[in-house]
Write a new protein. Structure first.
Length: 165
């Protein structure tokens, strides 16, 4: 088991203030989706205020929502994001949020027990935007293994064993 956990940040620029009728269905689903995340396999932690979500935390501007979570691994986060009821909310994101031309999600490895703050998350997102995916900041399309992952041995061209054995 790795000594690292996967941190992620995603941001969204709201089309209207959170209290507006446009955002009502999004707000109505926050608690349900947060509970779904918390009960998902591999979930570790999420940034939240005393109200139980992160909507009041606005370090990137009044119209930008931030979501920071920590998961056991990439597979756990992917399962939640793409194979749970979270997908239904993602399909509706254009109703509530502006289309973004830059990266709005970033992943990175943190030592077990570390809880990233907003400043750290913003730094990782800025790095991904400037340099593209690397071991410091990456995305779902190009994930990187945790720093303590054992490198797999390459198969010798002279080895006639099946590589799947």
């Amino acid at each position: 088991m790795s000594a690292y956990e996967l941190a992620q940040l995603n941001i969204a620029v709201m089309k209207e203030p959170l209290e507006s009728p446009v955002m009502a269905d999004f707000v109505a689903n926050l608690e349900r989706i947060n509970t779904l995340a918390e009960n998902s396999k591999g979930y570790v932690w999420r940034l939240q205020s005393e109200e139980g979500d992160a909507t009041a935390i606005r370090p990137m501007g009044d119209d930008v929502l931030v979501n920071i979570t920590v998961w056991r691994d990439v597979e756990s986060l992917q399962s939640f994001v793409y194979r749970s009821a979270h997908v239904d909310i993602m399909r509706r994101r254009r109703e509530w949020f502006e289309r973004m031309s830059e990266a709005y999600t970033v992943l990175w490895w943190v030592p077990q027990g570390h809880r990233p703050d907003v400043r750290e998350a913003e730094d990782r997102l800025a790095h991904l935007r400037r340099h593209g995916p690397d071991k410091y900041a990456f995305n779902f399309r190009e994930p990187f293994a945790p720093p303590d992952a054992i490198a797999t041995e390459s198969i010798s061209l002279n080895d006639d064993r099946c590589p799947s054995w």
